[in-house]
Design a protein around this ligand. Structure first.
Ligand code: HEM
Length: 385
C-alpha cells in the first residue's frame, strides 16, 4: 500500500522537539547493556497481558503469529535502545502503524502496551543505577523521550494509513455513484414507457378479466423500480437545499401522511410531540429524508408498533428524535449504517440512510443513530435554528 507517512523531516523535527540528543542515545545504550538479558522476559510478560484481554486476544488467533511477534518485539525493543535513530530506523517504525491498521488493532491498545514496557524498563533503570542518581535521572529521561517518539511515529503512520483508506473508499464510492447514476438514467425513460404501455393494455381488459391483478402487480413492481432509480439519482446527483422558513412540525406531519399511504406501514402508530419551531430548511428535501427514517423504523418493527417523534430546542439547534420500539440494531450493522449501498434488507438500495445523512448535513445539521439500553432505535436529527 502506498501511503504518505510522516515525512523524515518531521521525524527530525520531532526528535528536536522532544529534545532527544546524543547523551540520550548513550544513556539508552547503557540501559540496553543492563537489560539485554531481560528482554525475552519483558516480551513474554507483554504478550501474557495481551492474551488476557479479549480485545487484543481476538487479533492474535494463531499461536505461530504470537511466536513471530515475540521475535519482532524483541528486535524492536533492542533497536529502540541501541539506535541508531536514523532514517532507516524511522522507515521501520513507520511500518508498525500501517501493519496495526491492517490487522485491525485499535490504537488505544498500543498506548497501554507501551505503558507496560515503560514500567518494566523504569524498574530496571532504578535497580541497575543503584545509588547513581545522575545515571538514574538521565536514563529515565532518555527512556521517556524515546518511547514518546515511538508512540508519535506509530500513531502518525496509523493516522495516515487510516486517512488513506478512507480516501480510497470515498473515491471508490464516488465512482460507483457515477456508474449508478448512468445506469439509472438509462433505465428511467424506457421504464416510464413500459409503465405507460402496460397501463394502456390494462385499460383494454374487461373489468372481470383474471389478468387485471397481473397488470396491477407489474405496475407495482415498476413503481418500486422507479423508487430505486430516484434514490440512485438523488444520491449520485444531490442538489443543494433551497432554504426558506418552514414549520418543522408541519414537515413531519406531511411525512407521517405520506407514510400512511404505504400499505406496509398501515399498522405503525406515530405520535409527534414537543415544540413547533420554524427553521431555515428545504421542505422538499426534508420530507423524503424523514420519510426514509420513518420507513426504516416501521420496517424494523415489521410494520407494527409505535414511533414517537419529539421536537425540542437544544441550544442553537432544534433536536428531532424518532424512537421506535423495534428490536434495535446489532453493533456491526450500526457501525456501517450510513455507508452507501450497505443494506441488510433484500429490497433496499442501501441509500436511504446515506441520503438522509447527506440531506441533514447539507442543512448544516447532524444525524445520529443509537440503540439505547432500554431497547428500540433512537434517531436524533439536529438542525440549525
Ligand atoms: C508498544 C506497543 C507495540 C509495538 C511497539 C508493536 C510493534 C510491532 C512491530 C514492530 C510489528 C511488525 C511490523 C512490520 O511488519 O514491519 C508489529 C506487528 C503486529 N502487531 Fe504490534 N506492537 C505493539 C502493540 C501491539 C498490540 C497491543 C497488539 C495486539 C494484538 C499487536 C499486534 C500486532 C500484530 C497482529 C502484528 C502483525 C504481525 C504479523 O502477522 O506479521 N501489537 N507490531
Amino acid at each position: 500500500m502506498s501511503v504518505s507517512p510522516m515525512s523524515l523531516a518531521l521525524f527530525e523535527e520531532l526528535k528536536h522537539y522532544i529534545g532527544f540528543e546524543a547523551q540520550d542515545a548513550e544513556a539508552l545504550a547503557w540501559l540496553l547493556s543492563k537489560v539485554n538479558g531481560k528482554i525475552p522476559a519483558i516480551v513474554e510478560d507483554f504478550y501474557h497481558h495481551i492474551l488476557q484481554h479479549e480485545g487484543t486476544r481476538r487479533i492474535l488467533q494463531d499461536p505461530a503469529q504470537v511466536e513471530r511477534l515475540k521475535g519482532t518485539l524483541r528486535t524492536w525493543l533492542a533497536e529502540t535502545l541501541s539506535g541508531p535513530h536514523d532514517a532507516a530506523y524511522y522507515e521501520r517504525r513507520n511500518r508498525i502503524g500501517q501493519v496495526h491498521v491492517r490487522v485491525g488493532l485499535p490504537q488505544a491498545y498500543v498506548f497501554s502496551a507501551m505503558a507496560h514496557i515503560r514500567r518494566h524498563l523504569e524498574a530496571a533503570i532504578v535497580e541497575e543505577a543503584g545509588g547513581d542518581r545522575t545515571r538514574m535521572v538521565g536514563t529515565l529521561a532518555a527512556l521517556a523521550k524515546i518511547l514518546d517518539l515511538e508512540l508519535a511515529l506509530i500513531a502518525g503512520s496509523y493516522h495516515e494509513t487510516e486517512k488513506f483508506r478512507a480516501l480510497a473508499e470515498q473515491a471508490g464510492l464516488a465512482r460507483l455513484g457515477e456508474m449508478a447514476a448512468i445506469v439509472a438514467h438509462e433505465v428511467k425513460n424506457p421504464l416510464a414507457g413500459i409503465g405507460g404501455a402496460i397501463q394502456v393494455i390494462g385499460s383494454h381488459l374487461p373489468s372481470a378479466s383474471p389478468d387485471r391483478p397481473i397488470i396491477q402487480e407489474i405496475l407495482k413492481r415498476i413503481e418500486m423500480l422507479n423508487g430505486t432509480i430516484q434514490d440512485l439519482l438523488l444520491y449520485a446527483r444531490p442538489r443543494p437545499p433551497k432554504l426558506a422558513p418552514v414549520s418543522l412540525r408541519g414537515v413531519l406531519q406531511d411525512t407521517v401522511t405520506l407514510l400512511a399511504q404505504d400499505p406496509m406501514a398501515r399498522e405503525t402508530r406515530i405520535g409527534i410531540s414537543g415544540e413547533d419551531p420554524v427553521v431555515p430548511a428545504d421542505a422538499e428535501l426534508l420530507k423524503p429524508c424523514f420519510l426514509n427514517l420513518l420507513l426504516n423504523a416501521s420496517q424494523a418493527m415489521g410494520g407494527k408498533g409505535a414511533v414517537d417523534i419529539a421536537i425540542a430546542t437544544a441550544g442553537d439547534r432544534i433536536r428531532v428524535t424518532l424512537k421506535d420500539d423495534g428490536p434495535g440494531i446489532p453493533p456491526e450493522v450500526l457501525a456501517r449504517i450510513f455507508e452507501p449501498f450497505f443494506s441488510t434488507k433484500h429490497k433496499g438500495t442501501g441509500l436511504g440512510l446515506p441520503i438522509a445523512k447527506r440531506t441533514v448535513e447539507s442543512h448544516g445539521g447532524e444525524i445520529r443513530v443509537d440503540c439505547p439500553p432500554g431497547g428500540g432505535t433512537l434517531v436524533t436529527v439536529l438542525l440549525p435554528r
